[in-house]
Design a protein around this ligand. Sequence first.
Ligand SMILES: [Zn+2]
Length: 386
Amino acid sequence: MCWGDLVSGRPSWLVTGIGELVADPDLAPLTDAALVVEAGRVAWVGPASSAPATDEATDVGGRAVIPGFVDSHSHLVFAGERSAEFAARMAGQSYAAGGIRTTVAATRAASDEQLTAHVARHVGEMRRQGTTTVEIKSGYGLSLADEARSLAVARQFTEHTTFLGAHVVPAEYADDPAGYVDLVTGPMLAAAAPHARWIDAFCEVGAFDVDQARTVLEAGARAGLSGRLHANQLTAGGGVQLACELGLIAVDHCTYLGTADVDALASSGTIATLLPGVEFSTRHPYPNAKELLAAGVRIAIASDCNPGSCYTSSMPFCLALAVREMGLTPAQALRAATRGGAEALGLSDVGHLEVGAKAHLVVLDAPSYVHLAYRPGVPLVAEVLG
Ligand SMILES: [Zn+2]
């Protein structure tokens, strides 16, 4: 049968001949394994030799099977592109938060149909690289109507949508940032909340300070949105500690961390979502994920796909960077890109392939998941289900 045919309600289906199966990303993979899918969920996992009888079967010929990636941080609702800015940066210019305004102008000028087609293209790109769950933020509209429609567009592709009206202060509020925070926490939040599950802010020099970010997150909580935060991307500010103090599920970037930040992360349980594509694309130093794990910090890896600081949609690329540049083992990086991402979105039935999980399977054209880091840049994702 065709992989694409497998949807809820199909008969039981055996995937066998799995050379290496990552069912639980916290444990060693199973070899010579099989897996049964029923009604879109994993119903059985074990040695191929003791697999139960099923209605249908597919032999994957010794290839590796992993859970679909969970990309818990992306900014896909935008128009235009900023390759000239990237080229300038690679020629020595530094990255600043203000470049976001270029994309805001293009996004506001785009039609709903253009934005929708743009997101569809990027979600398709992600899927072909093994991502089966994605979070999408607004944040390039920055007006009431443009933030609300950005989230409505995102909602067509995922239920994991995040209101990021506090991305930067738009040009028309340059002289009145307090007025913009009032807009974000008042009428804009009211318009965005029906389309969003999360609220986020960019806590950084040139964007929003700790007090402004706190105001935004607290207003979001009152409107029923859970918080997450962009913090410590360009400077070691107070964003990470704010996220930990507020008990947020995740704080994202964590590029510049002091000892107090690491201690706060370890004791709060707030997940540090690492975005190695950003360090790659901005030539900033990578955070040391190995040390974070040793300190007891929970981590996830995500793409941060966006047109400014990191325009990759590839979780395999981010995973390879995390291994090479952040000190993770291939097993730790895969765990962070699957179950870690799921935890950062509060999800328990994706990011692994244990019994009961959604059957989000990725078949690799490789005998082991280690090839994701061992063969960077090679299109190893052969089949994606779910
Ligand atoms: Zn981001």
